[in-house]
Design a binder for this molecule. Structure first.
Ligand code: FMN
Length: 321
């Protein structure tokens, strides 16, 4: 069921996805974004090697529910046999709608092991990974890449063609180099170049900060869909705002009350997901993002940093339970 929905979304130009974000796109946040209109949501990146060695924390990250359907699981790794084995053991019989392979993570710990964006420097290895996963799984398979390693090694176009040849069903590109990390602006012209060179769908990621920029990137790149990362942090409504803007040319912003109620709903999902101490620690950053721009945001943020229970948080927000 999930699988069909995903493929359907891929065919339409309506594909607005929540980007995979380590430490952020856990189950409660993914459900939040889904309720706010995201067509597809992506998990945080999960180590195939850790799954292979039955790491409990990584296995726990694989939880998914009907409500977030369709959800795509993102895996990272550098060994084709380990990746395909993790897919066979944990993904094929799961409720995930697709598999994404991380070929864009710039973090030193990851690239040192030849994973993430390092794979863009070893295209033959990347090819083998895609082939190996396709050989064992019928799920739609995407590859998420950057523009290249550095400004002298921009290879996103050739790399995407190779991934298509290897069997990828979809390319997702965040067009910054690995060396850029998150600095500067992503180069949307590369997205257009890739789109003109491949036959499979392409999703654009990078610096989509509003419904207006969402329209811009689709118009300028001809991408089949878009993926929102940082702009959804504290503003999951961006997904419904994009839809409304497309339809009506304008969009509503949530009121302070709606924002506070949303925090409560998100907090309760986080509390249902793990023990209170961890849930509150994890929610602090979300509450900081949600409250950005509220008239009493400084006061709320100061108090939230030392809040330790649900009741304290609701009291600070001045909402009843
Ligand atoms: C905190 C953070 C964590 C991220 N984690 C991942 C990840 O696990 N996998 C991945 O492919 N990209 C990851 N990204 C990159 C995003 O998916 C996205 O491509 C990038 O942030 C550009 O989009 P944006 O400008 O909408 O944020 C991460 C980005 C941020 C800010």
């Amino acid at each position: 069921m999930q699988k069909n929905k995903l493929l359907e979304n891929m065919k339409n130009r309506n594909y607005t996805a929540l980007a995979p974000m380590a430490g952020i796109t856990d189950l409660p946040f993914r459900i939040t974004c889904k309720r706010c209109g995201a067509d597809v949501v992506y998990t945080e990146m999960i180590s195939a090697k850790a799954l292979y060695y039955k790491n409990e924390k990584s296995i726990k990250m694989l939880r998914t529910t009907d409500e977030e359907c369709p959800c795509v699981v993102q895996l990272f790794g550098s060994e084709a046999d380990v990746m395909s084995s993790a897919v066979e053991s944990y993904i094929n019989n799961s409720d995930f709608a697709g598999i994404d392979i991380n070929m864009g993570c710039p973090v030193p710990k990851v690239v040192k092991s030849g994973e993430g964006s390092a794979l863009m420097r070893t295209p033959e290895k990347a090819y083998d990974i895609v082939r190996a996963v396709k050989d064992v799984s019928g799920l739609p398979l995407s590859v998420k890449i950057r523009s290249g390693w550095n400004e002298n090694e921009i290879n996103a176009v050739e790399f995407s063609c190779l991934m298509q040849k290897a069997g990828a069903d979809l390319i997702i590109v965040h067009p910054r180099t690995r060396e850029q990390f998150f600095s500067g602006h992503s180069d949307w012209s590369i997205i257009k170049e890739i789109k003109d060179s491949i036959d499979i769908p392409l999703i654009a990621s990078g610096d989509i900060t509003s419904p207006e920029t969402a329209e811009d990137i689709l118009r300028l790149t001809d991408a089949d869909g878009i993926m929102i990362g940082r702009a959804a942090m504290g503003n999951p409504w961006i997904f419904s705002q994009i839809k409304q803007y497309k339809k009506d040319g304008c969009y509503a912003k949530p009121s302070a009350d709606e924002i506070k109620q949303q925090i409560k709903i998100h907090l309760d999902m986080a509390l249902a997901d793990c023990i209170e101490r961890y849930a509150i620690a994890n929610m602090r950053k979300h509450i900081f993002w949600y409250t950005k721009g509220l008239p009493d945001s400084n006061k709320i943020r100061n108090q939230i940093s030392s809040a330790e229970s649900r009741k304290e948080i609701l009291d600070i927000l001045d909402i009843t339970s």
